[in-house]
Design a protein. Structure first.
Length: 341
């Protein structure tokens, strides 16, 4: 079957659909190419009852090989390994052009499925692949504005809302957000949750308290230095990724700003180091490994064409430590002194 797929220039899944007459429709032109390859190679199907042993090869494209995506890939790999399948993956470095190059390379390698964490919007060619049934496609962690492909994501809005509410309930009134780029769907949802939580608490949302940029240590550090330089600097920071949080605490430590005494901190995403710093950081823990496991099961599932309701939403949870408590004045003191930036 692999030889037939290569000769016809299609995926292994397409050959399977032609031979087994389903479960997905195959276009006439691709069907004819497969049949021609079968005749040229004199391919014959195995006798009924014989189990196919050939492993599938699943391709994955992720934005970065950070600790979060390493855990997600570990979950994906574990599911594939249980079934005897293989994983090929590459990092786009948040570059849409490189993302397209990697997808093209994986298709040329005749992968049997694709797991993609898009940089921004999902490329049109990837949507066409998934919707046509030519290649199983699953979006992982970010939906890229696409609702027509299978996807597994975090509840980013609810998580950001919870983080800000935690800071509000701990007594903070001037709360900043260090966030990823707004072209990324997860960052947009975290920004929306941040703003809605402030509105729910009847607190103003100042644009000067929001710092959007790449998911990098440098952005986390630079954004925090900017916030510390404000005339009325915030009294708490919600950081929307582990790598950003690393930059945040580095900048605070550089300037002798103690958490939570001088600045409350809540991070999005957990890592070993977040519990080892002093005081340890309160975080919204992301079930990264589970994210990869679900993506793996979804890409291996054989069924009909994707539909809008084929989405799994995972709920992160709060890990309470010590970095968010409000020290000093009563909780409502900030209302009286004002919140102007």
């Amino acid at each position: 079957m692999r030889d037939v797929a290569r000769r016809a220039g299609v995926s292994l899944a397409t050959v399977s659909y032609v031979i087994n007459q389903g479960p997905r429709p195959v276009g006439r032109e691709r069907w004819e190419r497969v049949m021609a390859a079968i005749r040229e190679l004199d391919y014959r199907t195995a006798p009924r009852g014989r189990t196919r042993q050939r492993p599938l090869t699943i391709g994955a494209v992720i934005p970065d090989a950070n600790s979060f995506f390493e855990r997600a890939l570990a979950g994906l790999r574990s599911v594939l390994r249980e079934e005897g399948h293989l994983l090929l993956y590459g990092c786009s470095d948040e570059d849409p052009d490189r993302e397209r190059q990697l997808v093209t390379a994986l298709r040329r390698a005749h992968v049997d499925g694709l797991v993609l964490t898009p940089c921004s919007t999902v490329p049109a060619e990837v949507i066409d692949l998934g919707r046509s049934g030519e290649l199983p496609v699953v979006l992982m962690d970010r939906d890229g504005g696409c609702t027509s492909l299978r996807r597994v994501v975090m509840d980013n809005y609810r998580s950001a809302f919870q983080a800000v509410r935690l800071l509000v309930e701990s007594g903070h009134r001037r709360i900043a957000l260090v966030n990823g780029p707004e072209r990324v769907s997860s960052a947009r949802e975290r920004l929306r949750g941040y703003r809605d939580a402030l509105a729910f608490a009847e607190l103003p949302a100042h644009d000067d308290y929001v710092r959007s940029g790449p998911f990098t240590f440098e952005h986390g550090r630079g954004a925090t230095l900017d916030l510390l330089g404000l005339r009325n600097r915030p009294h708490a920071i919600f950081s929307s990724s582990v790598i950003l949080t690393a930059g945040v605490v580095w900048a605070l430590r550089e300037h002798g700003v103690r958490w939570p005494d001088d600045m409350g901190v809540v991070g999005f995403g957990d890592d070993t180091w977040t519990s080892l710093v002093t005081p340890p950081l309160t975080v919204i823990e992301q079930p990264a490994r589970q994210l990869g496991e679900v993506a793996g099961r979804m890409v291996l599932t054989v069924g009909g064409r994707p539909t809008d309701d084929q989405q799994v939403v995972l709920n992160p949870h709060v890990v309470l430590r010590e970095s968010h408590w409000r020290a000093g004045r009563p909780a409502l003191a900030e209302r009286e002194e004002g919140t102007a930036v």
